[in-house]
Structure formats: C-alpha cells, structure tokens
Design a protein around this ligand. Structure first.
Ligand code: DAH
Length: 348
C-alpha cells in the first residue's frame, strides 16, 4: 500500500515541477482515489494509511508553492521585454510600475532643487533629530526666548551633552549654522555661500486641512559682500515664477523672526485667479497668498558661525513645500501627502 502511495507521489511531484498550472495537480484523480479508498480499509490500517496520504498532500502543496514562485520570477524576466535594461547589469527594475512610484513631494523637491541649482545654489539635506543648540541658540533664540513657543515640536527621551532632550526639528533653519560653517571658505575665495535645504520638519499641531505634524520646508541661505534685501526679493520672485511658469506679483511685509533683521513675510499674487475671482478657493478672494518667511541674516547668526558681519551680509528664507505643491496642483488637504492613500498618490 505504502509503495503505491510513494509511486503516486513521485509521479505527481514530477507533474508539478513541469506544469504551468501546478495547483491543478492537487485536484488530480489519483489523490481523490487515495482518499476514496479509506472507508474500504480494515479499521487497523486506516490510521497509518490516512497519515501517509496526508503527508503526500503536504509534500505536493509545498512543491506547488515553490513552482508558482519559480513561474512568477521567471515570467517577469522572460516576458517583460520593455523593462529598462542596463547593458552591464541586466534589467534595471523588475517591479511593475503599479507597485511603487516617486512620492509627489519628493518629485517636486527635485524640481525645486533644480531651479535653485540653475540660480547657483547647492542642495544640502537636513536631519530628523537635532539638538536645541542648532534649533534655537545659534539662531539667536536664547533660553527662555518667547519665540521658542512658535516652534513646539516632539522630543525624545534621549538628551544631548548639555542634558537637554533631542528634538524633531520644527524648521529647516536648524541647518543654517552648519551650512554657514561648511561653506565659509567660499567667502575667502570671493564666492558666495549659496545653499538650499529642502527636507522634513515636525510640529505639534492641531491637524486640519492646512496643518500637518510632518511636512516639508525649503530653507535658503545666501551670504557674500554687499548683499541687500532687493536681492532677496528678486531671488524669491524669480524662483516662484520659474516654479509656477508665469509672471507673478510679490509683496513683502515686515515681520519678526529672531534670526533675521529685518524680517519679512513674503506674499505672492494668487497663481490661480490673480486676484480676479472673489470666491477663489486658494486665496479666499484676496488675490494674495502669504507664502514664506525671510529676511536679512541677523549679525548674531553670522557671528555664531565665525563670519564677520561687518564684512559679509546675507539673506535667508524658509518656505513650506507642501503649500507650494498644493497651490500648483489644486490639492485641497495637506493631510493627503502623509496618508499613504493610493487613490491620491496614483494621480501623480
Ligand atoms: N524657520 C521659519 C519658520 O519655520 C521660516 C524662516 C523665516 C526661515 C525667516 C528663514 C528666515 O530662513 O530667514 O517659521
């Protein structure tokens, strides 16, 4: 009896190994017959026989899964003749496009960096955990400064060498001092420091269509001799006109940031309605959109990076990337970006 089972098993395993539809073998008549024989056996034989048939079934199922995996791998390599191909390493990606795509924010950040690269700015990355020294002190917010409250964010239980909790940075300005230090030698060679930092930031926010706890900013820093506020306004205006692909009016209002003096809030004419639609959803009919903070870098911020503010001046700005992208594509809710909703992501 066991010989019969063993020989049926080896025949069926061979069929599985060569079949293009291996799961069909599990329905074969041989297996049905083996089960149908059970009632006619002597009761004493039934236990051992049933066990042997079950083992056959398990062995076949394992073989079917292995064969299916083999067919799946093989079919992509063999059939997808349109897959991108590298002459040295073979197929570049075996994943169908429906299994992944670049996140819209990442794609737009590349666009923003490209625009700034054409204007002479280098791109640097920020970080997702930082110390309070970089987030506040070197930006001219001493301990106890009331403006620290505007940057309420998440803390870790880990502390830095001063015993202060590490934090998730609430703005990309946390990179200003590092960028100034890193590129300071440019100044000695009569070249400007010109850097943008597009990256993720975090805030303790009440969430709604315009507020998210995790979002993106792009920071800009420019330092050289004789830099003035007109250069700041012209740089931002050109950048925004490039991004939206049209001429825009801009407006600059005085504001306050500890790390710039003077500081401004920068608004642009609504790229959607240009002030012509009193019910415009983007600007609320005002025709202007407050978009970013900026100003002339405070002398204390330059000093903190060992740059002499009596010789060099500079401008800086920080702009919400999600907001820029929402306006470009008419996206009504900032929370879509972090939601992982495929319906949303597949539109890009
Ligand atoms: N860091 C500020 C914020 O998140 C934005 C900002 C304002 C950045 C002025 C700057 C600046 O570099 O100069 O609210």
């Amino acid at each position: 009896m066991n010989d019969t089972i063993a020989s049926i098993q080896s025949t069926l395993l061979e069929q599985v190994a060569t079949s293009n539809e291996p799961r069909e073998v599990l329905k074969s008549n041989e297996i049905k017959k083996l089960y149908a024989a059970i009632p006619s056996l002597e009761p004493a034989e039934r236990g051992a026989y049933g066990k042997a048939v079950n083992e056959l079934k398990l062995a076949l199922e394992a073989a079917v899964s292995a064969r299916e995996a083999e067919l799946e791998d093989g079919s992509v390599v063999a059939l997808d003749v349109t897959a991108p191909w590298d002459s040295n390493t073979g197929p570049v990606s075996l994943l169908p496009a429906t299994q992944g795509s670049i996140h819209p924010l990442m794609r737009e950040i590349t666009v923003l960096s490209d625009i700034f690269a054409r204007m002479g700015f280098t791109t640097e990355e920020s970080r997702e955990i930082d110390d309070q020294e970089h987030m506040f002190e070197v930006l001219n917010f001493p301990k106890g400064h009331p403006a620290r409250d505007d940057y309420d964010t998440f803390m870790t239980v880990e502390v830095d060498s001063n015993g202060e909790p590490l934090i998730a940075p609430a703005h990309t300005s946390t990179m200003q001092n590092r960028v100034l230090q890193k590129y300071k030698s440019n100044l000695e060679n009569n070249e400007p420091i010109a850097v943008v930092v597009p990256d993720r930031v975090f805030r303790n926010e009440d969430l709604d269509a315009r507020h998210e706890h995790t979002f993106y900013q792009i920071e800009g820093v420019y330092v050289a001799k004789k830099v003035h506020a007109g250069m700041l306004v012209a740089t931002l205006q050109k950048f925004l006109e490039e991004y939206y692909g049209k001429a825009l009016e801009v407006r600059v209002n005085p504001f306050y940031f500890p790390f710039t003096e003077p500081s401004f809030e920068f608004a642009l004419s609504c790229p959607f309605c240009e002030g012509k639609n009193p019910t415009c959803k983007v600007c609320g009919g005002e025709g202007w959109i407050e978009l970013l903070g900026c100003g002339m870098i405070h002398p204390n911020v330059l000093k903190a990076a060992d740059i002499d503010p009596s010789v060099y001046t500079g401008f800086a700005f920080g702009c919400g990337v999600d907001r820029l992208v929402m306006m470009k594509y008419g996206i009504e809710d900032v929370r879509h970006f972090e939601s992982g909703k495929l319906d949303f992501l597949r539109q890009f």
